[in-house]
Design a protein around this ligand. Structure first.
Ligand SMILES: Nc1nc2c(ncn2[C@@H]2O[C@H](COP(=O)(O)OP(=O)(O)OP(=O)(O)O)[C@@H](O)[C@H]2O)c(=O)[nH]1
Ligand SMILES: [Mg+2]
Length: 656
């Protein structure tokens, strides 16, 4: 220990004269070395090797080493620089054989890392190592602190923290050793063993908080904990004298306990180191010390009559009533957060409602009266805020469990729901109201387990679309309708009278979609009637006939456009392509003519799509259907695939 104490760490002072010597100008010869990187040397040489005083420069004329050499190597006092271009000091001190040997100071980023003795480049002997939170002065061997040695620990403000025997760099047994705190004032003076407060000692309050040194505990410690002694308050008053258990006074009336942050934790009676009798328990919340519980304790737990707050799921409530072994049990009252209005007056068991009880609205009128199983389940009567009985039976989650026309109020008497309820949740048809603006409807419609189900036609979301088969003449609309909706070919179709419709259903991702397809009569005399059907249609399918090139003209399309809704799409559908497969095939010319026409119409934006199908042999039907389905899914906004318009069909067929 004496050795350690003798070692004066301030080596810079000791090296003062030597450093001045190194700073004197050198009038020796300059040598330019030819090794790479190019080095320069100013100084003495002997037999072509550096000898004596010299300075070695790097390729950018920065000093690498300034000091004494022997036989070409650093030896004697010198300064070694780390980064040549930055000229940062790495080491000042004695060298031998190019290594740190003897007293020296080692730097890292211009901060001292170690000062003391070195041997062959490593810490060896007495030294001071600088750490983030302070420094330690002790014995080193081969670069490492000795496992057990005397030493001194300092905090970052250079105050001694500990002086004595260290094991693994921690205080070991030490009589009257002292521990100092960060602020430079005493935290502990006393005995140590096994690196803990053990034996006689005095522990002080955190001196950062208080001007003077204030004793916290004066007595005997065992493994860092109070054993026997006197406990003082931060004001300096004696609080307790006697035995301790687990840092708590063993037994006492009206004892004050502080936590490690020196905030009051408990004021009250203790038995066997535990809260027992009458007491007040505190808790720090948002930097304020709140009274958490006041009342009766037994064996460290709430027991008997008491009042407090923050009881598990009732965190927003305050409780006043009976406890058994730390839990709400027996008669009790829960209050709203304000501590005045009663939330419920009931029997409790296992921290929950159990048995007879009444839940109140915030305005003190009864809400639920009955027999509780827990807060969520009660067999009883549900009252409206006017005190009228509106439901009798099972009540779940503070609302009628099952009712077709229930009215639900929140605790602040706002009507929040009106309608069907199942299992204590909104299920079925109902209206949900705002709980802060009276009678403001939030949702009206269908609910499932408290969730409102969005209606189909909200924001363009549509699960039903309407299509119409429209034409001049008899290209086979009715046959197509049957093929599209029922997938068969209608033989012997008669002329359609007026209008008719069929529905095609399909499912996508658990949703059912419907395509309502209207069939019309193609003859001129019905046109006035049929054209009026175009209004609410999403897709207009103009059917043309492979056998007939007269199916459309400009005025026909104009007429459709003037009657259709703005959003509606126009599909041009060429029917009867099965006829192309017949042996005496006269229609191939017609096909190319129709394609040419269709291409022009698409380019001129007269129509949106062109398809070729056969109601008879089903060709092209799937493609057409797929496109219609895409349309509906895109409308429903749940179809992520790209709905590509331009490339569709016409180009595909034209490239045949
Ligand atoms: N080869 C062939 N013949 C078809 C096809 N589709 C319909 N036809 C025939 O075309 C004729 C007219 O069919 P419909 O479906 O009644 O025609 P429409 O367009 O409904 O006629 P209207 O209701 O009077 O306007 C019938 O003789 C069908 O058999 C087809 O894909 N291929
Ligand atoms: Mg028809």
């Amino acid at each position: 220990m004496d050795e350690i104490l003798k070692f004066k760490g301030n080596l810079i002072e000791n090296f003062k004269n030597l450093n001045e010597d190194l700073d004197k100008p050198l009038n020796y010869k300059k040598y330019i070395e030819d090794n790479y990187p190019v080095k320069k040397y100013v100084g003495k040489k002997l037999k072509d090797k550096y000898e004596g005083r010299g300075i070695l420069y790097g390729d950018k004329d920065n000093i690498i080493y300034n000091g004494y050499f022997k036989n070409g190597k650093y030896e004697g006092f010198g300064r070694l620089y780390e980064k040549y271009d930055k000229h940062q000091l790495l080491y000042i001190g004695y060298f031998k054989n190019n290594e740190y040997n003897g007293m020296g100071i080692l730097y890292s980023n211009e901060q001292i890392k170690y000062e003391g003795n070195f041997l062959d480049g490593e810490y060896n002997g007495i030294g001071i190592e600088y750490l983030i939170n302070g420094k330690r002065k002790m014995m080193y061997e081969k670069g490492k602190p000795l496992k057990e040695c005397y030493g001194i620990l300092y905090d970052k403000n250079n105050n001694e923290i500990y002086k004595g025997l260290l094991k693994e760099q921690k205080p070991k047994n030490a009589k009257s050793a002292s521990i100092y705190y960060d602020y430079g004032k005493i935290k502990y003076i006393g005995n140590f063993s096994d690196f803990k407060f053990n034996g006689k000692g005095i522990l002080y309050y955190d001196n950062g908080k208080y001007k003077n040194e204030i004793i916290y505990f004066n007595g005997i410690f065992k493994n860092d904990k109070f054993e026997i002694g006197i406990l003082f308050s931060p004001e300096g008053n004696k609080l307790y004298e006697g035995e301790f258990i687990d840092n708590y006074p063993k037994e006492g009336k009206n004892v004050t306990i502080y936590n490690i942050h020196e905030d009051i934790e408990y004021i009250g009676d203790l038995l066997n180191g535990k809260y027992d009798g009458y007491g007040k328990l505190y808790e720090m919340l948002d930097d304020r010390n709140f009274l958490k519980y006041e009342g009766s304790f037994k064996d460290g737990l709430y027991h008997g009559f008491g009042k407090g707050k923050q009881f598990k799921k009732y965190s927003e409530f305050l409780y006043k009533g009976n406890f058994v072994k730390g839990k709400m049990e027996g008669n009790g009252i829960l209050y709203y957060e304000n501590g005045k209005n009663i939330f419920c007056n009931s029997m409790f068991k296992d921290n929950d409602l159990y048995g007879k009880g009444i839940i109140y609205y915030y305005n003190n009128s009864k809400k639920i009266e009955g027999i509780f199983d827990n807060l969520n389940t009660c067999q009883g009567i549900y009252y409206n805020p006017k005190g009228e009985e509106i439901y009798k039976g099972l009540i779940t989650n503070e609302i009628p469990d099952y009712s077709d026309n229930a009215i639900v109020y929140d605790n602040y008497c706002y009507k929040i729901y009106e309608g069907q309820i199942k299992n204590g949740t909104y299920n079925g048809k109902g209206i949900e109201y705002s709980d802060c603006i009276e009678n403001l409807i939030l949702h009206e419609g269908n609910f499932i387990n408290n969730y409102f189900i969005e209606p189909n036609n909200n924001l363009g979301f549509k699960k039903i679309i309407k299509a119409i088969l429209y034409s001049k003449g008899l290209p086979g609309k009715t046959c197509l309708l049957k093929r599209l909706t029922q997938n068969y070919f209608l033989e012997n179709s008669g002329a359609t009278i007026g209008v008719d419709f069929d529905i095609l259903k399909f499912e996508y991702k658990c949703n059912e979609y419907k395509i309502q397809i209207w069939d019309t009569n193609g003859s001129e005399r019905f046109r006035a009637i049929t054209s009026s059907y175009l209004k609410n249609i999403d897709i207009i399918l103009i059917i043309i006939d492979l056998t007939d090139l007269e199916g459309i003209d400009k005025s026909f399309i104009e007429e459709i456009k003037s009657n259709k809704s703005k959003e509606a799409l126009i599909y041009l559908v060429l029917n009867k392509i099965d006829l192309l497969e017949e042996e005496k095939n006269n229609y191939i010319d017609n096909l190319f003519k129709w394609r040419k026409k269709a291409k022009l119409l698409i380019e001129n934006k007269e129509i949106d799509y062109y398809f070729e199908v056969s109601a008879k042999n089903k060709k092209g039907i799937d493609t057409l259907l797929k496109n219609i389905k895409w349309y509906i899914l895109r409308k429903a906004d749940c179809h992520k695939e790209k709905f590509s318009k331009s490339k569709f069909c016409i180009e595909k067929y034209l490239s045949l």
